[in-house]
Design a protein around this ligand. Structure first.
Ligand SMILES: [Zn+2]
Length: 294
């Protein structure tokens, strides 16, 4: 089994990106894993601090490891949006493959200082764990927002990206390039799309020379995602789209069988609904068109 760093190198050389999907229950894990096996591409599952608290940090690590080993399949585990070294150490000790250390809400000097400390502390526990740092403002909360926050002042610059990477020695950088956490109602309806600053991504890639992650990918224009990957994005995060599909799948499953109480007869509707979203996103990130198959 190749490690996550090798797979990211390979994706970069092939001009594709690895999909990252947030999970907070077994149904979501099943859906993401089934979709990745069908498209036959490596995949990352991630859990924020809140998601880890619900599922259990060591428990999810054991589950993902068991899938990886039993099926000899490249599924990796990321500690998404971690705000303290203590929470990071907990994930590193549990065996997470990567971590998003997110102090982007702090002034940049403080973000640099603490991210550098985190890189050293986490690599001391697991030298092969990849550490991602965050700069700029992409909003918070992978949920449905009433209105769009003004993130224009928080866009990342190439110079800032270069300095941050050089000072902290992160393996992966998450910049603010027009992306945003969560979705607007109009995006869920499919009436509007998020648009990305492709030139900014290309400039940051040239300057920072590290793997780049795009957070808040839900509801983004497909063509912008293709261009962003071509410009240097290596990992794309999708969370809200899965949460919307999860809820729709559950509502559908309950409505279809109003008297059913057996979870494993109701929940396959949720797996199917989420799997469809993950499959189509994985095809897009891997430069495949629906219908051409794997
Ligand atoms: Zn994120």
């Amino acid at each position: 089994m190749r490690c996550l760093r090798d797979l990211l190198e390979k994706a970069q050389q092939s001009g594709v990106a690895i999909g990252h999907f947030n999970i907070s229950d077994l149904v979501l894990v099943k859906a993401v894993f089934a979709a990745a096996r069908e498209v036959n591409v490596p995949v990352l599952v991630g859990l924020s601090e809140g998601e880890r608290e619900f599922v259990g940090t060591r428990q999810i690590a054991a589950l993902v490891r068991s899938l990886r080993e039993e099926f000899d399949f490249p599924i990796f585990l990321n500690a998404d949006h971690t705000h303290s070294i203590a929470k990071g150490i907990e994930a590193a000790k549990a065996g997470f493959d990567s971590i998003v250390f997110d102090l982007s809400a702090l002034p940049i000097e403080e973000n640099v200082r603490q991210t550098k400390e985190a890189v050293e502390a986490l690599k001391a526990i697991n030298p092969s764990m990849l550490v991602e740092g965050e700069i700029g403002d992409i909003g918070t909360g992978s949920e449905i927002h009433e209105s769009s926050p003004d993130l224009s002042k928080g866009l990342s610059t190439a110079e800032e990206a270069k300095q941050f990477v050089e000072s902290t020695r992160v393996d992966i950088l998450a910049p603010a390039v027009g992306n945003m956490h969560g979705m607007l109602k109009s995006m869920v309806e499919g009436e509007t799309k998020k648009r990305l600053d492709i030139e900014r991504i290309a400039g940051i890639k040239r300057a920072a020379r590290v793997f780049l992650t795009l957070h808040g990918g839900s509801g983004t224009d497909d063509e912008d995602l293709r261009k962003a990957i071509a410009a240097g994005i290596n990992i794309v995060h999708i969370n809200t789209e899965l949460r919307v599909a999860w809820r729709h799948g559950l509502e559908h499953g309950l409505a279809k069988q109003p008297d059913e109480v057996v979870p494993y007869k109701i929940l396959p509707s949720v797996v199917d609904s989420v799997k469809q979203v993950v499959g189509s996103r994985l095809q897009l990130f891997n430069g495949r068109h629906v219908g051409h198959g794997a």
